[in-house]
Design a protein around this ligand. Sequence first.
Ligand code: B12
Length: 333
Amino acid sequence: MLEQVHRLLALPDVPRYNIKAVVQQTQVNISTLRAWEQRYGVPNPTRSDHGHRLYSQRDIEIIKWLKQCTEEGLAISQAVALLRDMRDTGDVVARPAPPPPPTLADAGWPDLRAQLTEALLTANLRQAHLLVNTAVALFPVETLVLDLLQPMLIDIGERWAHGDVCVADERVVTNFVRQRLLGLLQIHAPFANGPRLIAGCAPEEQHEIGLIMFSLLMEQRGWELIYLGQTVSSEGLGEFLLRMAPALVCMSVSMAEHIPGLLEIARIVESRRRHRLVLCYSGMAFERHPELRGRIPGIFLGNDLRDAVVRADDLGEEIDPDRWNRQSHTFRS
Ligand code: B12
């Protein structure tokens, strides 16, 4: 149990959710939430400009844990005391990565990836869509991306490189995944009211799937996404960035020969630095050529998507913490 409490206290503490969202996620009703807050000071939400309570992911997980404790017979006062003891020891990391999402194996569907690969390589798209539809309904987006689609694509890429699957097979799989990811971006877009993120590939760069995955995971965290896609030209980009006023520009480069194009974009972003604009980048080129990482004026997010998303999310908070609580983008620096 101590382990569990320690994990809870280490979750991100950024206020984002209103009380309605908390009730939905925790199944604890409003009067109980207020009673716990008044009597025990837990949870301890911050207030929006309009005085409404705003809860963090940590608050939500703490509420779920308190509910579980009371259901298992522990007095609420004891559960709160345990929480306080752990907090007071100070033995808590400030902002570590959130706990990993469940894997397909954890969730009782270990062979889903093999089934989806089989469906796609036999061009049974009907079956492939059914499998993904079911996965979308059952799993968080992170599991879908990080445990189903990403490893499947990497596997197909390797099989193609070894000549085990042909180019057409690889295209069926890549296009299917691309379309499904873009569809998910559209579904989640209306719920994103955080800072703006512009995502694109360096000039001439066509490999975009890693970037779409990253974009989707950022959108999940509330970022408002403007997706520019493959081979973004630097022409007119400076003016576009001023108009859009994003917090981050995230670029992807898979092939080392496209690095000069990224440098061109980096220079444009640099010239807008007083607008608190930050360039982030990643992609296979930096995995294959680690020496290139420090050469771009910007922040290398790493090639691990899960870590990259946590890092980028933190950057947004550093740039302008208030933006998380704004409903519209009136921000212009
Ligand atoms: C699909 C694919 C294509 C598709 C891309 C379709 C699309 N809409 O994206 C198409 C057909 C267009 C294509 C074209 C080409 N391709 Co190609 N392609 C691939 C393939 C099979 C899969 C790439 C992929 O999507 N992987 C899945 C994603 C999830 O992984 P990822 O790209 O590595 O990204 C990861 C991280 O880098 C990170 N990431 C990526 N971007 C970003 C951005 C941010 C901000 C963050 C945080 C993270 C992040 O996220 C991912 C996590 O694992 C790979 C094979 C392979 N082994 O990867 C070859 C591969 C990348 N292609 C290659 C080549 C050579 C080409 C072509 C030159 C082929 C040709 N002769 O025409 C052209 C070049 C096109 C161009 N100008 O860019 C080579 C590249 C070699 C190199 N590094 O120099 C590879 C490695 C194949 C090989 N073994 O030779 N390709």
